[in-house]
Design a protein. Structure first.
Length: 133
């Protein structure tokens, strides 16, 4: 597992680097290779993070439908690993893609939106409080 996980991380980092350089199609290739590594070993968090990066690269390359699909799958994976910050990132990416495509967010109702409201607070999580100064 360690070798494929490391390989996935390196490929993902290469994808992120070339994305920052504006080479979006190349970034898609690296992210797809990274995703294959994480799928092979069943690394849910690695898949989720890579799918989010892949969604951003697809959208930057003008491939909005593929970007939305990647963000949707990322959202599912982040929910499976119980990562709220990741869920927010996937939802944000989807929202940006919809805005760039000039579409209303209602199109994405199948994702059920954020689940960050009462569920967490009812299960024992508490909001951080500031101590009086």
């Amino acid at each position: 597992m360690g070798y494929r996980q490391g390989q996935g991380k390196v490929l993902g980092n290469l994808g992120t680097t070339v994305f920052a350089m504006g080479r979006h199609t190349e970034a898609i290739g690296y992210q797809q290779q990274a995703l294959a590594c994480f799928r092979e070993i069943g690394d849910g968090y690695g898949m989720a993070l890579t799918l989010t990066n892949l969604g951003e690269a697809f959208c930057a390359a003008g491939r909005m439908d593929e970007g939305m699909a990647a963000h949707g799958e990322a959202l599912e994976k982040f929910r499976q690993v119980d990562d709220l910050e990741g869920e927010a990132r996937a939802l944000s990416g989807a929202g940006k893609a919809l805005a760039a495509a000039g579409q209303h967010a209602a199109r994405w109702t199948g994702m059920n939106g954020p689940r960050c409201s009462s569920t967490r607070w009812a299960t024992g999580w508490s909001r951080p409080t500031r101590s009086p100064t």
